[in-house]
Design a protein around this ligand. Structure first.
Ligand SMILES: [Zn+2]
Length: 242
């Protein structure tokens, strides 16, 4: 099974490219009025991508949550809903991270090799437990298909940065079958790479139903509790789910 069938690949990739570029270009603050699938996708990308802060380097860690695929494929518009659910279900028991790191001195970025990146990469969950990585030879067919689709897509969209991206797969389920690192539930996730920490506080607002302020009518990401302008408790926006 392919995630990006040839007849759908172009439209899908355009949607993702626009969203990835928007996510990378904008800052942390956003006014989350996610009304179209494209806007929702941009919100998810902003919530799931973290950039490093080391001087003279560009580092990006992108936690590619299954919900990203659901929204990206829905935004494409050409794939039936049941097919989308089937695809998302096939990668629900893993976590995928895309990582790229480069030294930005001189005319061309000097990319860190996949081997080097993998050596220094680890993920810890809310309980501060290490989440085991799944080496390539142990990845499922569905995972391999998904990665085989992503690699050329990232190279197309992001040029050298996409070509030098490492995709790391970790376990995604607890022993009792529940989801390990659920981006829709309270918790945290920390990725460590080259002594730098990338921290996600969960849930991710872009994956929850939007909230609205009953006083000023402003919309906010679903993980907000109070309006930051007038301190009014927020309510779920009726009829808007993500
Ligand atoms: Zn307000």
């Amino acid at each position: 099974m392919r995630f990006c069938p040839p007849r759908n690949a172009v439209g899908f990739c355009v949607v993702v490219r626009a969203a990835v570029l928007a996510g990378m270009a904008l800052g942390a603050w956003r006014q989350a009025v996610a009304q179209t699938p494209q806007q929702r996708l941009t919100e998810i990308i902003r919530d799931t991508q973290k950039q490093g802060n080391r001087a003279g380097r560009f580092t990006l860690v992108w936690w590619i949550v299954p919900e990203f695929w659901r929204t990206a494929l829905a935004a494409n518009g050409a794939i039936p809903a049941d097919k989308i659910e089937e695809m998302v279900a096939s990668i629900r028991d893993i976590n995928v991270f895309a990582v790229v790191d480069a030294k930005m001195a001189g005319f061309a970025p000097e990319f860190t090799s996949s081997q080097e990146l993998q050596k220094d990469f680890n993920v810890t969950d809310s309980g501060n437990e290490l989440v085991p990585l799944i080496p390539e030879q142990k990845q499922s067919i569905a995972t391999k298909n998904m990665l085989a689709t992503m690699r050329p897509m990232m190279a197309n969209m992001l040029g050298e940065f996409g070509k030098n991206m490492l995709f790391v797969v970790t376990e995604g389920k607890n022993k009792n079958g529940s989801r390990r690192i659920d981006p829709t539930k309270p918790g945290s996730l920390v990725v460590r790479l080259n002594n730098e920490e990338f921290h996600w506080r969960l849930p991710l607002g872009s994956l929850l139903p939007q909230k609205v302020c009953p006083k000023c009518n402003e919309a906010f990401p679903g993980n907000y509790v109070f309006c930051p302008f007038d301190a009014t408790p927020l309510k779920e926006r009726p009829g808007v789910t993500q």
